[in-house]
Design a protein around this ligand. Structure first.
Ligand code: ADP
Ligand code: MG
Ligand code: MG
Length: 909
């Protein structure tokens, strides 16, 4: 049998179904599914994504076999619709719709009303008895087709339309009568001729073929390519094309088009939610041309249709086991469904919906866990405005609360400005009449987004929710001039660069910058709010408790201070994976001691001074142990080069020169400074990152390690004596050979045993090492002879594997990403083929020597979902990350277990 490239769907039957997203794209698969379960879907057929690849391979031509199948399906569609494509008396009109496996909102093209020409136009006019309607369709077709296929900028069509409306005194498109519509169409045609030298094609088959080709081509338009890069969507998936019979929301007052969600995508509230426009078509609702009405109004205007819509979408939600984001059209009182997909939602809504769906019995817990993007949890921890602070500022306007979160920033009016200002380190709010896919980069750079038009389903709203950015849309209280870069509201005019604040949870736009305070979840964790009073906290903990039951990876925290550790524990940390002791040295009372220690040349002096530091460290460690309630606490011995604790050489030189110039009498001060400068000079290194640091310091200054070990075990003994559990793990950094670790281990062990003996305390502890130098990974079998655990320091490991300093890399890594030389920044997500391979080697070799070797990770990657998945696959015991990433890691670690069980990765819509 010949290969099948097309899948037909029509009332009650469909060749495809919702599982076929690879072939049919999300839109095509769901159209088939809806038709298959008997929902009112206009008939059509979907050309598979495989044709997109064929099309590109054959140099942008539709292969003959495909062409033949299109004709067969078109005939079938004619029979199903009782109309004929290109027929003068009874013309069939179709839409040609793009749709990839993963939704890429607004990135690719769709053309409506294909099949109209001068002759079929008259047929449609006669058949419908509504010439104005037929002309409206024709004008829309010319506009869309010429933009997408013939490359005439759509702005130019909009200008013609606008000037006619102004001339005739109409405010809205649907007020334009047939006579004026004809004039507009005539102007459109002239424009095309002028711009392209060609006429708008009258042959309907040419229209269809060119439209299909254009949709395939739109897969590779720059916007779509950038979008895929941003969302990690592979380039070779291709788009499907659905050809579908048109239904018309623009016939008159008893027709409409609309979009909606089965639950509120901002809060998760269980309530049908959406917008519609009478006498309109397609994108009119989201384009912000007229302000649409809320679905609530449909209930009173067309109660029968509303009831049917509600029943249909409730059924869809049950059927899909998830919130649906749907499109519909009402043609003369009859409802048609045109699209459905799993709705994008904010982080807080995602959690609420996932938990509610389980409790309503619609899905199982494991399914619920897969419904929330780990990164989206971050949004629940975002700050909100301090209510008291908020009261002190002027409320400029109120718009639709499209995406929650509080943001303050300086106003910019273009996406490019947003990016440029952000680069200068400024926080910006992007203010636009409305956003389009061309604004994505600016939205991504902004702290928040404010638009003057558009509803809850406008581009700005949808994309902001997806990005987790605060946004207010459809704020008609403000007067915007994108040209003059001003915003007028409440009788005052603000300019580019002025500060404003937006509260995406309430829709309030306020003047100036406003102080924020912790999110509700953090308030509970900090004890400012009772858990019983916070629904959000209850949802959050319930959801994550499900994740904890499933995951195999443990999750620990990187914490440098005991208060940090307390927050981490509240977020679910099961221990500390990295406590950087040197961060404790920066305290006001400690830094002078450290300095003095570094300045003294004799070992005995250093020992004396270090003994003054000991009580501080002991107290810190004691508190760490207490905060972790018996879970393991990994303490790293000193790591950074010593000069980090001393003043900068240039500063000292300046100070000294000034003193001398002033002919200061303070001899002692000058002498001190000279000595300090000399020491700073001696310690300065060409490349400190590869210099005297880590265990290299511990080897040359064993007394530091002795003091640290003593402090750790003194603290541990104290905790144990108080009857509490304690489990210290001492970690030696920057080891490249087993011998280095052996040297440090002898010191640590000796001191540890001395302290334990002195206090007559028995407790378990381990000594291990970081794996952060390629040589350590390569000789992991030897290192494991000494090490009782490994922890991957993937920041240094990435630096040393790539030979790129993380601090200097920022200058060029962006170019690499822009040019597509790298898909990802290896400092944000683990470079699996390189750094990851070294990790794999280290795990294998290490466990060959020591089968029970405990292995973790403590680099920043430990809280990044894709890296967490990789760590799970490598068989690590735990990941360690910052407190705020702990919920993310807990969820990512659970999801991979569920996906492994299901044997596949789930996708979007
Ligand atoms: P997008 O992916 O940009 O949403 P769609 O293919 O969904 O593009 O189509 C754009 C708009 O046109 C949507 O509002 C959709 O409902 C509408 N539309 C598409 N096909 C038809 C059709 N056959 N009849 C009526 N409206 C349609
Ligand atoms: Mg759509
Ligand atoms: Mg390191």
């Amino acid at each position: 049998m010949a290969k099948k490239y097309m899948y037909f769907f029509g009332a009650g039957t469909a060749e495809g179904n919702k599982e076929m997203k690879d072939l049919l794209g999300g839109k095509g698969a769901n159209l088939a599914e809806m038709a298959g379960i008997g929902l009112p879907v206009p008939p059509g057929f979907t050309i598979s994504t495989e044709v997109c690849t064929l099309f590109a391979k054959s140099g942008g031509k539709i292969p003959p076999a495909v062409e033949k199948e299109i004709m067969t399906n078109l005939r079938k569609l004619e029979r199903a619709s009782g109309q004929e494509f290109g027929d003068e008396a009874n013309p069939l009109l179709v839409s040609v719709r793009s749709g990839a496996k993963f939704s890429m909102p607004g990135m690719m093209d769709t053309i409506l009303n294909l099949g109209l020409n001068e002759r079929t136009l008259e047929g449609l006019a006669r058949k419908s008895g509504n010439r104005r309607f037929a002309l409206d369709c024709y004008r829309r077709l010319i506009h869309m087709f010429s933009d997408v296929v013939m490359g005439v900028p759509k702005k130019k069509f909009e200008e013609i339309l606008k000037s006619w409306k102004e001339k005739m005194g109409f405010q809205f498109d649907h007020e334009i009568p047939a006579l004026v519509m004809e004039k507009i169409i005539a102007d459109y045609k002239k424009l095309i001729k002028k711009e392209t030298g060609q006429d708008f094609p009258q042959d309907v088959m040419i229209q269809l073929r060119q439209a299909i080709s254009a949709v395939f081509e739109s897969w590779n338009n720059p916007r779509a390519v950038t979008y895929r890069r941003e969302y990690h969507i592979p380039d070779d998936l291709g788009t499907a094309v659905s050809v579908q019979m048109m239904v018309f929301g623009n016939v008159g007052e008893n027709s409409a088009t609309g979009v909606g969600f089965t639950r509120d995508p901002a809060t998760g509230k269980k309530e049908i939610y959406g917008e519609y426009l009478f006498n309109a078509q397609g994108e009119d609702v989201v384009a912000g041309i007229r302000t649409p009405s809320p679905l609530r109004k449909l209930e009173t205007e067309m109660p029968g249709v509303f009831k049917q819509l509600k029943e249909t979408t409730t059924r869809l939600e049950k059927h899909y086991g998830d919130v649906q984001d749907f499109e519909f059209t009402i043609q003369e009182g009859k409802l048609y469904m045109l699209q459905t997909r799993n709705g994008k939602r904010t982080g807080p809504a995602a959690i609420k919906i996932a938990v509610d769906l389980v409790e309503e019995g619609l899905i199982r817990k494991e399914e619920a866990l897969l419904k929330v993007e780990p990164q989206a949890l971050d949004q629940l921890l975002h700050p909100i405005f301090d209510p008291e602070e908020k009261k002190k500022h002027i409320l400029l306007a109120k718009g639709l609360a499209a995406s929650p979160g509080a943001a303050s920033g300086q106003m910019v009016f273009t996406a490019n400005d947003a990016v440029a200002w952000k680069k200068e380190g400024k926080d910006v709010i992007l203010v636009r009449d409305e956003t389009s896919p061309d604004d994505i980069h600016g939205m991504s750079a902004a702290q928040g987004i404010l638009t003057g038009t558009g509803g809850m389903t406008s581009h700005a709203a949808v994309v902001s929710r997806q990005m987790g950015k605060p946004a207010i849309v459809g704020c008609c209280d403000i007067l915007l001039s994108e040209e003059k870069k001003t915003l007028t509201a409440d009788g005052r005019t603000l300019r580019e660069g002025d500060w404003i604040s937006i509260d995406g949870a309430t829709g309030e736009v306020l003047a100036d910058r406003i102080k924020t305070r912790p999110s509700e979840i953090l308030q509970v964790i900090n004890g400012e709010k009772k858990a019983a009073d916070s629904k959000m906290y209850q949802y959050f903990t319930k959801f994550l408790s499900w994740a904890d039951k499933v995951r195999r990876l443990r999750v620990r925290a990187n914490s440098d201070t005991p208060p940090d550790a307390r927050v981490a524990y509240a977020f679910g940390a099961e221990g500390i994976g990295l406590a950087r002791t040197e961060h404790m040295f920066f305290g006001k009372d400690r830094l002078p001691i450290i300095k003095e220690m570094i300045l003294s040349e004799k070992e005995e002096d250093r020992r004396r001074i270090l003994s003054r530091l000991l009580p501080f460290q002991r107290q810190d460690f004691y508190e760490f142990f207490k905060e972790m309630h018996g879970h393991p606490v990994t303490i790293r011995t000193i790591d950074p080069p010593l000069h980090e604790f001393l003043p900068k050489r240039e500063d000292l030189m300046v100070e000294l020169t000034e003193l001398r110039a002033k002919k200061s009498k303070d001899k002692k001060k000058i002498e001190e400074l000279e000595k300090l400068l000399e020491r700073v000079r001696a310690l300065s290194e060409f490349n400190p990152m590869l210099g005297h640091r880590g265990c290299r310091l511990g080897i040359s200054y064993p007394e530091i390690i002795e003091m640290q070990t003593e402090a750790i075990f003194e603290a541990a003994c104290q905790v144990a004596k108080e009857g509490n559990k304690v489990f210290p793990e001492i970690m030696v950094p920057l080891v490249g050979s087993a011998a280095e670790l052996a040297n440090q281990k002898v010191i640590i062990k000796r001191v540890a045993e001395e302290v334990l003996a002195k206090h007559k305390v028995k407790l378990a502890y381990t000594i291990g090492t970081m794996i952060e130098i390629p040589r350590a990974a390569i000789t992991a079998d030897e290192i494991a002879e000494e090490a009782e655990f490994f922890s991957f320091g993937t920041n240094d490991l990435t630096q040393t594997t790539y030979g790129i300093s993380r601090d200097d890399g920022v200058k060029f890594i962006n170019y690499y990403l822009l040019k597509g030389i790298w898909k990802d920044d290896p400092f944000s997500t683990i470079d699996i083929p390189g750094v990851g391979e070294l990790m794999r080697m280290a795990v294998e070799k290490g466990r060959k020597t020591r089968p029970n070797l405990k292995v973790g990770i403590c680099g920043v990657h430990g809280g990044e979902p894709r890296s967490v998945v990789f760590c799970h696959q490598l068989g690590l015991n735990y990941v360690s990350c910052s407190a705020y990433q702990i919920p993310i890691a807990r969820l990512a670690a659970a999801q991979i277990v569920i996906q492994e069980k299901q044997g596949k990765k789930t996708d979007g819509d």
